[in-house]
Design a protein around this ligand. Structure first.
Ligand code: AMP
Ligand code: ZN
Length: 480
């Protein structure tokens, strides 16, 4: 096993993963709310979690991946009522769509995918244990709330107490007022008493008819399936507070020990510089992007090639850049496999089974170091393209070639690119705007005799798959 580190939101430090149970890593990811097709922002998060899992596997660990399905909440119930259908019909339909989308993206299915509605008893048990221990109380309407003041460590993940001191919570600050009701503003609901708006969606409980609050399902289901393996818990950055903070409070108070060790949060995706929203019409799905002529593998590349802790801006240009980068990866893979007489699918299968875990990284050492240290995908991609260039120049021995072929495909497995689905026909010769801008900056740098900057820009263009042909009074941009 080699070291894999991730930034831990809990400690604010980059830390190696240290499974509680030998070489088995428990990875719990908050899954989709199944009331509509997941958008590309959701998929940025799910895809990055897929890369996390794959990278941990490539490092030599076994991963138990659990991703829940939120199949009962305000949104799912609202949708079922609007469509005048039973809740399960609506959620099963969107679950199926979600699974198909995951397959199109070449995502590894989690081994366990629990549904909230199939774990109501476990959630009731957790609420009861919290009432018994004095951490929760029932209100007159039959709801049950968690008493935040009963847990001294509340706020340790999101540092919400520190934020409360400096933020005006009466304005539209970071705190969601819906989560604040009852005895204290901070107390949050674990069991919601039945309301007319819920229609026929309710369960019996010791406190009367109702349904579990959203935070509860992830606490109950992660403890059930990863009891001995509470290693990594992940979600989008918006889930840090209140969702994950509340999960920690419920879980640690009910079980009396530490919940997950490592908390990993992914930054959001913006579209053309704007937050995604229905009103702006920019909540794209994989279908929308495919209709524009880009295969899911291209979208996968575009959604995951930025650093997971940085917000990324999705643009059409990023799809063109992704397409050309993938074509170069595929070309390298095709050439190397042909030389070695190997089949891509067989090699990737062997890698997925861990058969090449101990193989040397050879020319791809830097790329793997980047990927295994806080999942630095952009640096890993830079390392891959640099290594490819180096191998072309250095005329490696047969041994080096075969090591490099395996190492390269271990990275391709970790990044999850299905190179078979990359279209190889020659891409458009017209450079996208971003490339034209880079080329202009390089020309300006050259004119002002800033040779270092000009060289750096030329390399950046090369990484994107473009070369510059200088002429007397200008330049041309050509595909490599
Ligand atoms: P939901 O289905 O709303 O529960 O969200 C599923 C996952 O997508 C959660 O981990 C969210 O944090 C994440 N998510 C939501 N919006 C975005 C976005 N714009 N960019 C990245 N991740 C997101
Ligand atoms: Zn969750």
């Amino acid at each position: 096993m080699t070291e894999v580190t991730f930034h831990n939101t809990l400690t604010r430090k980059n830390e190696p993963i240290e499974p509680r149970n030998g070489n088995v890593v428990g990875l719990y990811c908050c899954g989709p709310t199944v009331y509509a097709q997941a958008h590309i922002g959701n998929f940025r998060t799910f895809l990055l979690q897929d890369v996390m899992r794959r990278a941990i596997q490539v490092a030599g660990y076994k991963v138990i991946h659990v991703r829940n399905l939120t199949d009962v909440d305000d949104k799912t119930i609202k949708r079922a009522i609007e469509e005048d259908k039973p809740l399960t019909e609506v959620t099963e339909h969107w679950t199926e769509v979600f699974h198909k989308d995951c397959e199109r993206f070449n995502m590894l299915p989690p081994q366990i995918e629990p549904k909230a509605t199939e774990h109501v008893q476990e959630q009731i048990d957790m609420v009861q244990s919290l009432i018994d221990k004095g951490h929760a109380y029932k209100t007159d309407d039959g709801s049950v709330y968690f008493r935040v003041s009963s847990f001294d460590e509340y706020g340790k993940l999101s540092r919400v107490k520190e934020r409360e001191l400096t933020t005006d919570t009466s304005s539209s600050g970071p705190i969601d007022s819906d989560e604040y009701e009852r005895d204290s503003m901070a107390d949050f609901v674990m069991w919601k008493s039945r309301k007319p708006a819920d229609g026929d969606v309710y369960w019996d409980s010791p406190w009367g008819e109702g349904r579990p609050g959203w935070h509860l399902e992830c606490s109950a289901m992660s403890m059930k399936y990863l009891g001995r393996n509470l290693d990594i818990h992940s979600g989008g950055v918006d889930l840090t507070f209140p969702h994950h903070e509340n999960e920690i409070a419920q879980s640690e108070c009910s079980c009396g020990h530490e919940f997950f060790k490592h908390w990993i949060h992914t930054a959001h995706l913006m579209v053309e510089g704007e937050k995604m929203s229905k009103s702006l019409g920019n909540m794209f799905t994989v279908d929308d992007i495919e209709a524009k002529g880009f295969a899911p593998v291209v979208l996968r590349y575009a959604l995951t090639s930025g650093h997971y802790r940085q917000t990324i801006n999705f643009t059409m240009d990023s799809l063109h850049a992704a397409q050309s980068a993938l074509q170069r990866l595929k070309k390298f893979s095709d050439e190397r496999l042909a030389e070695a007489g190997l089949k891509r699918s067989a090699l990737l299968k062997a890698i997925s089974k861990g058969q090449h875990n101990a193989a040397p990284w050879a020319a791809f050492e830097d790329a793997w170091n980047s990927l295994s240290h806080d999942l630095n995908i952009p640096a890993a991609l830079g390392g891959i393209f640099t290594a490819i260039k180096g191998l072309k120049i250095s005329e490696p021995s047969a041994d080096e070639t075969s090591q490099a072929t395996i190492a390269f495909h271990k990275l391709i497995f970790a990044l999850g690119y299905d190179l078979d689905s990359v279209v190889t026909e020659k891409p458009s010769e017209e450079a996208p705007e971003a490339i034209k801008e880079l080329a202009k900056k390089r020309w300006d740098a050259k004119q002002s005799k800033d040779w270092a900057a000009a060289d750096q820009l030329r390399d950046a263009l090369q990484t994107e798959g473009w070369k510059i042909l200088d002429q007397k009074d200008g330049y041309e941009i050509e595909r490599i």
